[in-house]
Every structure is written in structure tokens, then in C-alpha cells.
Ligand binder design. Structure first.
Ligand code: SAM
Length: 232
């Protein structure tokens, strides 16, 4: 369970109404049960239920069961697509291990707004589900041109360019370090966006195979590709 509180020996953790509902209503836990807790800073802790109510409850930390983990310094920049597919992208990115999620608005992106709180909640759920001790931050939606204008050249971009599908775009020669994977929207990148990215030293255009993948599939494929070829 992901909580805000600091975690340490004997530390009490007050539950929100939703957390209490989940633990005592859905999972049917009661006083004396053990729950695994993390807060993104203090690793994973086992905690005991010391008070269980309908609208709240309290856990008490017992011992640390895993040190604080941190995913590799990889960002996922992605154009939001349809709601459930965007949820999928967030979920899989957390499972596969990214440090930051940046929704970007490109020329052909349909949504001009995102429900950041909703996506952040999805990230928390995904981390809880896969036993991660770290939840990546979901940033505010940012326009691609603005993002690139302020880009720190020390972070390289794995620019997934559907125009290269089926072509040879090797990753050899690229070095590990801080990276960002960039995935476009359903309609792909516009030619000016493509030209802009191809003109950046930090951006490396890559193909994800011979076919045009859906944006959500492309995000998963690119993260796995990065991990196997460039991850440390
Ligand atoms: N119509 C599909 C959909 O509904 O999602 C296609 C979307 S595809 C244009 C979305 C993004 O996935 C592209 O902008 C690109 O970043 C990435 N992508 C898909 N296939 C790719 C490929 N073969 N090589 C590189 N990138 C790819």
C-alpha cells in the first residue's frame, strides 16, 4: 500500500477512508493482519493493523522488508491517446520502471487536457501491484515544442519515429545515461516535428520493427528495447 507518511520502527500510519475501505472492506483484513507499505522514500515496511474501522484505521510499522529502490534515469514522454490506452501506457511504464512520465501535446494529439490526478493514481496502483517502492511523477501536459526548446542536451531522446518503420535504425553507438523515450500520438508526428527532432543532437530516431504499432504498444516496445540495449 502506498502512503504519504514517513515509515520507521513503531511509526503509526493513519489510513484514509479509501485505504480503510480497500483493506478492511475489500481485502477483509482485521486487527493483527500484516500489510506491506511504501512511500517512495523509505523502502518497503511490514506494518500491523492496530485499528480497523469503516472510515479509517491505523497501522503500525514493524520492520523494513526492502530498501528504497529507484528505477533507471529514464523518462517516458508520450502523447496522450484514448483514455484507457493512456491508462495502459502509465501502468506499463511503472511496471517496466521509468522515473518520470511526461504527457506531451504534439500537433496531432487529440486531447488538450489530461486528468493528471487520475493518471497519478494509476501510477500508484501500478506500483502497488508490481511491488515497486517508487512511484514516478506524472508531469503536467506540456507542448512538444516547448519541451524541446528547454531540453537539457545531457538527456538523450529515443525518438520513436513511425516514418522509419521497417528501416534499419540501429542503436549501436548509443551510450547508457539519462534518457527519454518519445512516443507520438495516433496520427504520428508532423513533418515539422520530425524535422525538428532530427536536427537535435540529443535525439536518436529509431524504428520499432516493420509495422506501425499502436501508441500504447509502441511505448511498451520502446521501453523494453531501451532496457535491453541501453539500461544499466
Ligand atoms: N494508428 C495507430 C494508433 O492508433 O495508435 C498508430 C499510432 S503510431 C503513429 C504512434 C506512435 O508510436 C508513433 O508516433 C511512434 O512514436 C510510435 N511507433 C509506432 N510504430 C513505430 C515503429 N514501427 N517505429 C517507430 N515508432 C513507432
Amino acid at each position: 500500500l502506498c502512503v504519504e507518511h514517513p515509515l520507521g520502527p513503531g511509526q503509526p500510519v493513519a489510513l484514509t477512508r479509501e485505504q480503510a475501505h480497500y483493506l478492511f472492506g475489500v481485502m477483509r483484513l482485521s486487527v493483527g493482519a500484516t500489510v506491506a507499505l511504501f512511500n517512495g522514500r523509505d523502502g518497503e515496511w511490514s506494518a500491523e493493523v492496530v485499528d480497523a474501522g469503516k472510515r479509517g484505521g491505523t497501522l503500525e510499522c514493524r520492520e523494513q522488508t526492502a530498501p528504497q529502490g529507484s528505477p533507471p534515469d529514464l523518462w517516458l514522454c508520450f502523447a496522450p491517446v484514448k483514455k484507457t490506452r493512456t491508462d495502459f501506457i502509465v501502468e506499463k511504464a511503472v511496471e517496466l520502471g521509468v522515473r518520470r512520465l511526461l504527457p506531451v501535446q504534439t500537433e496531432f494529439t487529440n486531447s488538450e487536457r489530461i486528468r493528471r490526478d487520475r493518471l497519478q493514481a494509476h501510477a500508484v496502483e501500478a506500483a502497488e501491484q508490481c511491488g515497486a517502492t517508487f512511484v514516478p511523477e506524472v508531469a503536467e501536459l506540456v507542448r512538444l515544442d516547448r519541451l524541446l526548446a528547454g531540453w537539457d542536451g545531457a538527456r538523450q531522446i529515443l525518438f520513436c519515429d513511425e516514418a522509419l518503420a521497417g528501416q534499419d535504425a540501429p542503436l549501436s553507438g548509443l551510450a547508457p545515461g539519462p534518457w527519454a523515450v518519445l512516443i507520438g500520438p495516433e496520427g504520428g508526428f508532423s513533418q515539422p516535428e520530425r524535422d525538428r527532432l532530427r536536427g537535435m543532437d540529443a535525439a536518436h530516431p529509431v524504428a520499432l520493427g516493420p509495422r506501425i504499432l499502436r501508441a500504447d504498444t509502441a511505448a511498451v516496445a520502446a521501453l523494453v528495447l531501451w532496457q535491453t540495449r541501453l539500461g544499466d
